[in-house]
Write a new protein. Structure first.
Length: 498
C-alpha cells in the first residue's frame, strides 16, 4: 500500500510546503528512496520518467540540511551543501523551481546556473550564498574557474538523468567537477534507464550504494498507448494532420532527430495552419524558455523539438507524443514517450517508421523486450484543409480543389476569377470570324557578296608578311653563317627610319 507524505515526519516548514503543493501519496520511487536517503546512504535509483524522482531526492536532502538553517545574511553562513547536476538547461530550471517550492518556508537558499545566459546575474546570486545549487556541468565549471563559488563544503551530490550525465559527452566535465568536491559525501543517481556500462561507471562514484528499481529497467509507462505506423518520408506531415484530426488532439510533442529538421518542420506546420514553436540546441536560452512557457500556457498546439526536450520535462496533461523521426538511440524512445501519460494519466505515443528505420525499430524492440507491430496507415480521400496559400511544398505537386498548375495563386487574381459572370454555353455563342493563319518567318540576314566568291590563291610572296620578306632580303646580302639562328621577328605597329 502506498504511504502518505504525512508519515515521513518532515520538518514543519517542509511538511507545510508539501501539503500546499497537493502531495498526498508517495510514488513507488519516493516511497523506497526517501527513507534510504534520510539514513545517509548512497542511492542508485531507476524508475520510469514522470514518477516523481525530483521529490525523491530533494525532500530528504532538505530535511537533512535543516540543521544548517540560519537567518544570517552573511554568504559565509550559506555555503553550497547540496549540488544537483543535470544534462539540459530546461531540466535544470524545472528542478530548481521544484526545490524552491519545497524550501519555500525554510531559510535554505537555492540557485540555478546554466549556459546560454549572462553570467553576471548568476554570479550575484551565488555571491549571496546558497545551500542548494542546481547546475549544468559546463556553466558550473565556468563559475568555478571564475571563483564565483566554492564546493569544498558540499555534503550531497545528485546526478539526475544519470545515464546522460555519465555519457561520453559529459564524463570529462563530470570528473573535473567531482575533483573539487570532498571525498566524504552522499551521492545519489536517478534515471529512467541504466545500461550495464553505466552501472559500472557509476560504481566508481558511489560507496556501497542501495540500488532501487521500482519497475523493469528501460520500460515505458503502462499508461501510454503506443503505435508504430509505416509512412513514407513525404507523407509524414499528412499523417500527422490526420491523426491530430481523428484523435481530436489539442497539444502534442513532435520529436525529430536534427536541429535543422526541427526548424524546417516547425515552419512548415506553421504555414499549414497549426500553432507551432521549435525547441532545439541552436536556439538561445531565452528563446527556449519562451517556447516552453507558451506551450505550458496552451498558446501553442505543437512543440517541435529535438531530444533536448526528451528528458525530465514535466508538462502536465500533454495528451500525445509524435516521433516524427525514430530516435537513433533506443533509450531516447523511452524518454520521449515519457512526456505524455504522466502522473497516471493516459497518453498516446505515435512513431512514423520509414523504410530506412528498420534497424532502429529492432533496437527499440530489444530494449522494451517486446515485439513491435508496424501498422499501415490509411489516408482519408479528402486531404486535410491546408490554410497555406498556393502550392504545398511537401515534395509533390499538390493544389487545392479547383486549382491546377496554371491556376493563379495570387489572392487578388482568385477574387477576380470568382467575381466573373458565368460563361455562356458553347452552343449559344456567336461564331467568330476566322482569320487566315500566316506562319511567322524570320527575316533573311543580309549577306556580303565578297564572301560568295570562290577561293583564289595568291602569290607565295604576297602571303608572307612584309617584315619576313624584308628579313630574307637582308640575310641574302649579309655574311652571317646560316648555322646561327636569327632572332625572332616581331611585327611593329610603327616603322622606324634609320
Amino acid at each position: 500500500m502506498t504511504s502518505s507524505f504525512s508519515k515521513l515526519s518532515l520538518a514543519e516548514p517542509l511538511a507545510r510546503a508539501v501539503a500546499e503543493m497537493g502531495y498526498e501519496s508517495m510514488t513507488p520511487i519516493q516511497e523506497q528512496a526517501i527513507p534510504v536517503v534520510l539514513q545517509g546512504r548512497d542511492v542508485m535509483g531507476a524508475a520510469q520518467t514522470g514518477t516523481g524522482k525530483t521529490a525523491a531526492f530533494a525532500l530528504p536532502l532538505l530535511q537533512r540540511m535543516m540543521k544548517h538553517e540560519n537567518a544570517s545574511t552573511s554568504p559565509a553562513r550559506h555555503p553550497v551543501r547540496a549540488l544537483v547536476l543535470l544534462p539540459t538547461r530546461e531540466l535544470a530550471v524545472q528542478v530548481a523551481e521544484q526545490v524552491k517550492l519545497y524550501a519555500k518556508y525554510t531559510k535554505l537558499n537555492s540557485a540555478v546556473v546554466f549556459g546560454g545566459m549572462d553570467m553576471k546575474p548568476q554570479t550575484l546570486e551565488l555571491k549571496k550564498g546558497v545551500e542548494v545549487l542546481v547546475a549544468t556541468p559546463g556553466r558550473l565549471l565556468d563559475h568555478i574557474e571564475a571563483k564565483n563559488t566554492v564546493l569544498n563544503q558540499v555534503e550531497y551530490v545528485v546526478l539526475d538523468e544519470a545515464d546522460r550525465m555519465l555519457d561520453i559527452g559529459f564524463l570529462p566535465d563530470l570528473q573535473r567537477i567531482l575533483s573539487y568536491l570532498p571525498k566524504q559525501r552522499i551521492t545519489l543517481l536517478f534515471s529512467a534507464t541504466f545500461s550495464p556500462e553505466i552501472k559500472r561507471l557509476a560504481s566508481s562514484y558511489l560507496q556501497d550504494p542501495v540500488t532501487i528499481e521500482v519497475a523493469r529497467s528501460n520500460a515505458a509507462a503502462s499508461t501510454v498507448e503506443q503505435h508504430f505506423y509505416s509512412v513514407n518520408a513525404d507523407d509524414k506531415r499528412r499523417a500527422l494532420h490526420q491523426i491530430l484530426k481523428q484523435r481530436e488532439l489539442k497539444q502534442a510533442f513532435v520529436f525529430v532527430n536534427s536541429k535543422l529538421g526541427c526548424a524546417r518542420l516547425a515552419r512548415s506546420l506553421e504555414r499549414e495552419g497549426l500553432k507551432t514553436t521549435a525547441l532545439h540546441g541552436d536556439k538561445s536560452q531565452d528563446e527556449r524558455l519562451k517556447a516552453l512557457e507558451s506551450f505550458k500556457r496552451g498558446e501553442v498546439d505543437l512543440l517541435v523539438c529535438t531530444d533536448v526536450a526528451a528528458r525530465g520535462l514535466d508538462i502536465k496533461d500533454v495528451p500525445a507524443v509524435f516521433n516524427f523521426d525514430v530516435p537513433f538511440n533506443a533509450e531516447d524512445y523511452v524518454h520521449r514517450i515519457g512526456r505524455t501519460g504522466r502522473a497516471g494519466l493516459a497518453g498516446l505515443a505515435v512513431s512514423f517508421v520509414a523504410s530506412s528505420d528498420t534497424r532502429l525499430v529492432s533496437d527499440i524492440e530489444k530494449l522494451l523486450g517486446s515485439k513491435i507491430e508496424i501498422e499501415p496507415i490509411e489516408f482519408e480521400e479528402d486531404r486535410p484543409r491546408i490554410i497555406a496559400q498556393g502550392r504545398i511544398n511537401d515534395g509533390r505537386r499538390m493544389y487545392r480543389e479547383g486549382e491546377g498548375p496554371d491556376a493563379p495563386n495570387d489572392g487578388l487574381a482568385r477574387e477576380a476569377i470568382e467575381s466573373r459572370e458565368p460563361r455562356m454555353p458553347r452552343e449559344q455563342r456567336a461564331p467568330r470570324e476566322r482569320r487566315e493563319y500566316t506562319p511567322h518567318r524570320q527575316p533573311a540576314a543580309s549577306r556580303d557578296p565578297f564572301f560568295d566568291q570562290p577561293y583564289e590563291p595568291g602569290a607565295a610572296a604576297e602571303n608572307q608578311p612584309s617584315w619576313e620578306v624584308g628579313a630574307k632580303a637582308n640575310a641574302a646580302g649579309s655574311a652571317v653563317s646560316s648555322n646561327i639562328k636569327p632572332k625572332k621577328k616581331i611585327a611593329a605597329l610603327f616603322k622606324t627610319s634609320n
